[in-house]
Design a protein around this ligand. Structure first.
Ligand SMILES: [Zn+2]
Ligand SMILES: [Zn+2]
Length: 343
């Protein structure tokens, strides 16, 4: 099969021919329809995030595709009869990527993405920058119904990750409150749509790029401003919730300054910053926490919202051969919307 392979850290992706993986007992082979390109892929490819188990490596954790084959029943000797699973051959599916051990306390509670055994697709196991991907169990697949498996690929991370963060703060967002989203890139655009759909709070977006501000407003933000405009907007200690999709030092300091008493600050971005939290700062009883990816159930909820037509993504479909070029465009900040690699 064709795959875009990362040969080594900070090296260009190369198209190589790899063997199609053979599903073992309980496993499912998925034919990839499209895989979203994510900023995490950049951090992983440079070695900034030291999570890849080996190199060369196949990245890609935002995958939708079609059920291709199930592994053999029982012991799994070669040539054993192939099982049919609960999803028929050819069923379009979203791949939930936070694969855990399946047996520990967090996994059994349905929060596999938080398992300490980090065998996530594209990060701990080979990913979706390829024609096929091996999924360890059918429970990781969410049927897409009538949704297009190419344009739906970003639902599995770019939409799922802000969805979990939004759910964490919804109880705070009663009418008359303000919620602030920092960052209006791929995740931020979903965060705006999700908040618009799920609550009636005033929705403020802080984003340095004017074009992205315009997109945020078009998607339903009440106000979209640059960080420099925040002070004049009188937003200090006014937000019942702040969702920071950037996560570096300056946005987090801003998040702390915007949080009203009893607000929640949710750190989603991988920017590597931190927000000092003590008795006197941020405001009284502010809760600061992080939100990591999403659960399989939350992915099903996101897919359901998309099926009702409540989520849109500006998707740029790129042939797998263009993966390296697409990575450089993403790095240069030239991507508006989400790139989906199509094998
Ligand atoms: Zn991602
Ligand atoms: Zn586990």
């Amino acid at each position: 099969m064709r795959a875009a392979v990362l040969p080594g850290y900070a090296s260009a992706l190369e198209i190589r021919d790899l063997p199609v993986p053979e599903p073992g007992p309980g496993q499912v082979l998925v034919r990839v329809a499209g895989t979203g390109l994510c900023h995490s892929d950049l951090h992983l490819s440079t070695g900034e995030l030291q999570l890849l188990p080996s190199l060369p490596w196949v990245l890609g954790h935002e995958i939708c595709g079609y059920v291709e084959a199930y592994g053999p029943v029982g012991g799994g000797s070669a040539g054993a009869p192939t099982a049919t699973g609960p999803l028929e051959h050819g069923t379009p599916v979203a791949v939930f990527g936070g694969w855990g051990c399946g047996a520990c306390r967090v996994c059994v509670s349905g929060e596999e993405q938080l398992c300490s055994v980090t065998s996530w697709v594209g990060i701990g196991r080979p990913g979706g920058f390829a024609e096929y991907v091996l999924v360890p169990a059918v429970r990781h697949l969410v049927p897409l119904g009538d949704l297009d498996p190419i344009t739906s690929a970003p639902l599995t991370d770019a939409a799922l990750t802000p969805y979990r963060a939004v759910k964490k703060v919804l109880a705070n967002l009663v009418p008359g409150t303000t919620v602030v989203v920092i960052g209006a890139g791929g995740l931020g655009q979903y965060a705006v749509q999700l908040l618009r759909e799920l609550c009636s709070a005033r929705l403020v977006v802080v984003e340095p790029d004017a074009d992205r501000c315009a997109v945020a407003t078009a998607l339903g933000a009440d106000l979209a401003i640059s960080p420099e405009q925040v002070e004049d907007a009188g937003l200090a200690t006014s937000a019942a919730a702040v969702i920071d999709l950037v996560g570096s030092a300056a946005p987090l300091a801003l998040a702390g300054a915007l949080a009203a008493p009893r607000a929640q600050v949710v750190i989603v971005g991988l920017g590597g910053g931190s927000l000092a939290t003590g008795f006197l700062s941020p405001a009284a009883e502010v809760v600061v926490g992080s939100s990591f990816w999403g659960s399989r159930t939350e992915l099903a909820e996101v897919v359901a919202l998309a099926q009702r037509g409540r989520l849109t993504t500006r998707v740029h479909e790129v042939d797998l051969a263009g993966a390296e070029h697409a990575m450089r465009d993403l790095e240069a900040g030239k991507v508006d919307g989400r790139i989906v690699l199509v094998p």
